[in-house]
Design a protein around this ligand. Structure first.
Ligand code: FAD
Length: 320
């Protein structure tokens, strides 16, 4: 099966989510290609080759500098048709979702989204998609080729296979209607420390912290541990913390080595975003909080008292 993986990039590096998808597809079959689109992106082909692609198609053109979907759809549609790709797989992001939807419309192709796994069964590609509030996994398929798939972010960890890829440069021809949208401004949120997608340690805060100012408790602990801060939807909806830190069904999926949940009840919609963490520690004053059912270490008590003490202990240990 000829598969194409859309490799998204940020600040000159392929993103972890795309490389994870690439590695997964390489495990499933032997004919996996990747495509990188942008301006000044040719240098990324080597890194992409190390993550499982046997061929890397590169469209390097100033017309692809802004992260807009339609110019990418123009290039991808031609590539998929000319090379006869049967599967086109994306690691989910705002841009990838727009590109996948646009490509599905352009090629009249079926798109399955929010997949958390893919497998080959009897020569057929089967997607797995959480449903009913993530309480069941539905198996989904495609009626025709090309099959388009969007994989939930953070699902597959990238791993280097050590291979190298053949580089093919592809022409860029943008349709007039695809030039209608222009990027007016791009801003970056200032942040310190690792992002929640990359962090080995995450300290997450929930409504049990009581007030937005109390997020300083989880921030201090995260800083002491060299980790990142995450939040539940309840606190994001309340405006206590930014959406970019939300973990769960309608936020991000994370898999750090250590996840410390402070004042979080552990609703199923939160669980689905963090259950892949190595060790889960929960601090909650309610001994019956659902989060304790899937924690490795349950600390029953007041987060306002425990978290600062924990931060002090970590600092003492580190001698800082
Ligand atoms: C369609 C849908 C999508 C959703 N998507 C998401 C999502 O992506 N992410 C997400 O997180 N949620 C999501 N939710 C919301 C989810 O159902 C929960 O409402 C939310 O996760 C609860 O957040 P919380 O744990 O911060 O708050 P609460 O459920 O209010 O829990 C607060 C906890 O803090 C404890 N507590 C109180 N005071 C203290 C203290 N002093 N010390 C220690 N513990 C204390 C309480 O015992 C309680 O367990 C979604 C819901 C729906 C319907």
């Amino acid at each position: 099966m000829a598969t194409l993986v859309f490799v998204e990039h940020h600040e000159g590096e392929p993103v972890k989510g795309s490389l994870g998808v690439l590695g997964k597809m390489a495990q499933l079959g032997d004919d996996v290609s990747a495509v990188v689109l942008g301006s000044g992106v040719e240098g990324m082909a080597e890194a992409v080759g190390r993550h499982g692609a046997s061929r890397v198609f590169v469209a390097d053109d100033p017309a692809l500098e802004a992260p807009l979907p339609q110019p990418r759809v123009d290039v991808l549609a031609k590539l998929v048709e000319s090379e006869g790709f049967e599967n086109v797989v994306f690691g989910a992001s705002v841009l990838a979702a727009d590109v996948a939807a646009g490509l599905a419309a352009r090629l009249d192709a079926g798109l399955n989204w929010d997949l958390v796994d893919l497998e080959l069964r009897g020569g057929k590609l089967v997607g797995k998609r959480p449903a009913l509030g993530d309480s069941v996994i539905a198996e989904v398929g495609w009626k025709a080729v090309p099959r388009l798939a969007l994989i939930r972010s953070g699902t597959f960890e990238p791993s280097e296979s050590g291979g190298s890829a053949e580089l093919t440069k592809i022409p860029v021809e943008i349709q007039d209607f695809s030039k209608q949208a222009v990027m007016v401004e791009q801003a970056h949120e200032e942040s310190q420390g690792p992002s929640i997608e990359d962090a080995d340690v995450i300290v997450a805060g929930g409504r049990g912290l009581g007030r937005p100012e109390n997020f300083s408790l989880v921030e201090d602990l995260a800083k002491a541990l060299g980790g990142a801060v995450a939040a539940t939807r309840a606190v994001v909806d309340a405006g206590w913390y930014p959406y970019s830190t939300q973990v769960g069904q309608t936020g991000k999926t994370v898999s750090p080595k250590l996840y410390i949940a402070c004042g979080i009840s552990g609703a199923i919609q939160h669980k689905v975003g963090m259950q892949g963490s190595g060790t889960i520690v929960a601090i909650n004053k309610d001994p019956n909080a659902p989060i304790f059912e899937y924690s490795d270490l349950a600390v029953v008590g007041d987060a306002h008292e425990i978290v600062p003490k924990l931060t002090e202990l970590v600092k003492e240990r580190k001698g800082s």
